[in-house]
Write a protein of this length. Structure first.
Length: 258
């Protein structure tokens, strides 16, 4: 790996570690009765305290420092005074901008005791993401990523959202290529050493169709069924990959043991 790639990996990992650290802190406060604004405030403060900037804040006019997407919200939910209740599931999506580089990650959280179907959806989403990550190396195709995710979740009886995707990331928040979470193996561009991108499947309990609310950001399932998402930022090596956004505390999948 050349020096340019090495530097990009080091910088991205530094940003990614701060982003994942913010989600580790969310594990300490998530419970019935808190508002999504409280989550946003915590993420803003943690990222700021670690010498980084919350990249979503004011990005294309977005008003908050993270995205909080409960229940049938697919992604880009705007933190508010909304109170989380027992049985909710919620995705928290954070991106830290540090020394000119971005680290982007999201995690699902259980609020109190959640239903068996919610647990199964969240587990299938996480497992699909990790299965796709584990095939990463120089020379595979982008279609292999999408096919791996789609096959896994559809075998579990769930559906893959088509309207949103992963993306290249680095000095800019969103770069080419788009990383689709569905598709056909052996198709699309080849993955090459040095690439950095996110894998962030959004998986629905019901049908895959979504709609965006009047705020211009919040995407929800059309059929109002539950949705789940996980996200990691990953770098491609000649013979594998490096995940830049793993939890230093091992808090990668709920329920989180603090």
């Amino acid at each position: 790996m050349n020096d340019e790639f090495k530097n990009a990996f080091i910088k991205t990992k530094a940003a990614g570690s701060i982003a994942s650290g913010a989600l580790d802190e969310v594990c300490n406060i998530i419970k019935p009765g808190i508002s999504t604004n409280e989550i946003d405030n915590l993420c803003y403060q943690f990222i700021n305290d670690h010498g980084a900037y919350s990249a979503p804040l004011y990005y294309r006019g977005y008003p908050k420092s993270c995205c909080t997407s409960p229940n049938h919200t697919v992604c880009h939910g705007i933190p508010s005074d909304k109170i989380l209740r027992d049985g909710d599931i919620v995705n928290v999506d954070v991106t830290a901008f540090k020394d000119g580089w971005h680290g982007d990650t999201s995690r699902m959280f259980f609020v109190g005791e959640v239903s068996v179907k919610a647990m199964k959806l969240v587990k299938s989403t996480y497992d699909a993401m990790m299965k796709a990550i584990k095939i990463l190396k120089d020379g595979i195709y982008l279609g292999d990523i999408g096919s791996t995710i789609q096959d896994h979740v559809e075998n579990d009886g769930f559906s893959v959202v088509r309207d949103f995707c992963g993306h290249g990331i680095g000095k800019s928040f969103h770069l080419n290529p788009n990383i689709l979470h569905y598709g056909k193996a052996g198709t699309g561009m080849k993955v090459t050493e040095g690439m950095i991108f996110t894998i962030e499947p959004m998986i629905n309990l019901g049908k895959f169709e979504t709609k965006t609310l009047n705020d211009g950001w919040t995407a929800v399932t059309k059929d109002k069924t539950l949705s789940a998402q996980f996200e990691h930022t990953i770098g491609i090596k000649k013979d594998g990959y490096e995940i830049f956004t793993l939890s230093d505390k091992g808090l990668n999948f709920p329920p989180y043991k603090i």
